[in-house]
Ligand binder design. Structure first.
Ligand SMILES: [Fe+2]
Length: 408
C-alpha cells in the first residue's frame, strides 16, 4: 500500500492496542470519524482488504445481465457469463482508461466502451476494437479486463480487491445456522433501491447504530417494544450475543419477540407481521429477531417471514449511501409464495412504512453522534453490558487498523 499520511499515522499510533475480539477496547478517537485523510486510509485498509458485499446473484439471473458497483472507490461490473458463471471485472477500458458501464445500449452479452466502441465479452476478453487494423488480432489475444476475486455466500456476492485475503466462507460460519429452515431454494430477492443521496454520517456510525442493543428501548419507543433487549419473562431474558473469535467476520445480536411469528408491520416490529412467517422455521427462530452485521458494509436481519438487508456504500468520511427498506425500499429475501400474494404491494408498503418510522427515529441519533465526534468534549467512552456488539466491532476495526500500521 502507499505510504501513510503523517496525520493518519498519528491517529493510528493513538489507538488502543488490539487485544483480541472480546477485550473491552475503549472507543476510537474522534478523528477516525471526522478526518478525510483517515477515510482515505480506510478506503485501502478496510474496503480494499476486506470482503465487500455488492449485491445478490439473483439480480443477474441470465447471460448478459450485469450491474455496476464501486468497491473501495474502484469501478467494477458484476456480470453473468454465457456459461452461467459470475464474473466481477475491473470496469476500466484497457484502451485508454474510460470507465465502462452496463448501459442498456450496449450490444447483447457484451460491454462496450462509449469512447471508441472497444467491446468486451463478460469474461472480460476484448472482442472488438474498430479501426485498429492489423493490431486487432494481437489485441484480442492479450487485452483483458482485470478479474476481481469474489465469493458467493447464501446468494450474496462479496468481492475482495486483496488477492491474499483469507476466504470469506469460514469467517461467516457462525451465521450459517441462522439460514436453516428458510428454504433458500424457494427464496426470491427484492433488491434495495439504491440510495440517490448519502446520509451525512460516517459509515461506522451507521453500523454502530444498527448493532446497538442498548438504544432500542429509548430511541425506538412505540416501534421496537415488541422485540425488547431486556425482558425477564422471555427466553434468555432479552438480547443474546455470540462469541467473536479472531478471524470471525460476523457480529450478531438476537432479541426475543413478545409473540412468535411477529415481524415488521406499519408501526415497526409487531405481532401482525406483513410478511407471513415461514413455516419450516423452528419455533425458536419464529420467536426471535437476529441482527447480523458483516463488516464493513452488510447489515442483515433474520425475521420469521423475511431476511432483510442493508448495503452500505461509504463514499466519503461523512457520506454514506445506505440502501434498504428503512431508507429506500426493498432489501428483502423472502419466499416466492409471499411475493405471489395478491396484496404483496400493500404488504411491502406496510413494511416500508414501519421500517421508515424506525429509521426516522435513528436519523437524529446518528446526526447527533456524528456531531459529537467534532467536539473537543467527546469522551473516551465506556461500554455497558448491552453493548457487547459495539465492543466486538471496535475490536474488528482495531485489528484492521493495526494490521495496516504494522505493514507500514
Ligand atoms: Fe435504532
Amino acid at each position: 500500500m502507499p505510504s501513510l499520511d503523517p496525520d493518519v499515522i498519528a491517529i493510528l499510533k493513538s489507538l488502543p492496542p488490539y487485544a483480541g475480539h472480546e477485550s473491552a477496547a475503549p472507543m476510537l478517537p474522534r478523528e477516525c470519524y471526522t478526518s478525510k485523510a483517515f477515510f482515505e486510509f480506510e478506503r485501502d485498509a478496510i474496503f480494499a482488504h476486506n470482503w465487500m458485499c455488492v449485491g445478490r446473484s439473483a439480480q443477474i439471473p441470465n447471460h448478459g445481465d450485469c450491474f455496476g458497483v464501486s468497491v473501495a472507490g474502484e469501478p467494477a461490473i458484476v456480470a453473468r457469463t454465457r456459461t452461467g458463471d459470475i464474473r466481477v471485472l475491473g470496469a476500466v477500458c484497457q484502451h485508454r482508461g474510460h470507465v465502462l458501464n452496463c448501459n442498456a445500449d450496449r450490444p447483447e452479452g457484451l460491454l462496450r466502451c462509449p469512447l471508441h466502441y472497444w467491446t468486451y465479452d463478460l469474461e472480460g476478453r476484448l472482442v472488438g476494437a474498430p479501426r485498429m487494423g492489423d493490431m486487432l488480432s494481437q489485441l484480442r489475444d492479450t487485452v483483458r479486463l482485470p478479474q476481481i476475486r469474489y465469493e458467493i455466500w447464501h446468494g450474496f456476492i462479496f468481492v475482495n480487491l486483496d488477492g491474499k485475503a483469507p476466504p470469506l466462507g469460514p469467517s461467516l460460519a457462525k451465521l450459517d445456522p441462522y439460514w436453516d429452515g428458510y428454504g433458500e431454494d424457494e427464496l426470491v430477492t427484492v433488491p434495495p433501491v439504491t440510495a440517490a443521496t448519502p446520509v451525512p454520517w460516517n459509515w461506522k456510525v451507521n453500523l454502530e447504530n444498527f448493532t446497538d442493543a442498548y438504544h432500542t428501548e429509548f430511541v425506538h419507543r412505540g416501534t421496537h417494544d415488541f422485540a425488547p433487549s431486556l425482558h425477564a419473562a422471555l427466553p434468555g431474558g432479552g438480547v443474546t450475543f455470540t462469541p467473536m473469535a479472531d478471524g470471525d467476520n460476523a457480529i450478531v445480536r438476537t432479541v426475543p419477540m413478545l409473540q412468535a411469528d411477529g415481524g415488521m408491520m406499519s408501526d415497526g416490529w409487531g405481532a401482525e407481521a406483513s410478511f407471513p412467517a415461514i413455516e419450516s422455521l423452528s419455533l425458536e427462530q419464529r420467536s426471535r429477531l437476529t441482527f447480523a452485521m458483516v463488516p464493513p458494509n452488510l447489515q442483515l436481519m433474520f425475521a420469521p417471514g423475511v431476511v432483510s438487508y442493508t448495503l452500505l456504500l461509504p463514499a466519503g468520511v461523512t457520506e454514506t449511501f445506505a440502501s434498504s427498506d428503512r431508507v429506500t425500499g426493498g432489501g428483502w429475501i423472502l419466499p416466492k409464495s409471499t411475493l405471489a400474494l395478491p396484496d404483496f404491494p400493500d404488504r411491502a408498503a406496510a413494511v416500508l412504512e414501519g421500517a421508515s418510522k424506525i429509521w426516522a427515529q435513528d436519523v437524529p441519533v446518528n446526526n447527533a453522534m456524528q456531531a459529537g465526534k467534532r467536539s473537543r468534549f467527546m469522551p473516551d467512552g465506556r461500554y455497558g453490558p448491552l453493548e457487547t456488539t459495539l465492543v466486538q466491532f471496535n475490536a474488528w476495526l482495531l485489528r484492521s487498523y493495526h494490521r495496516a500500521l504494522d505493514a507500514e
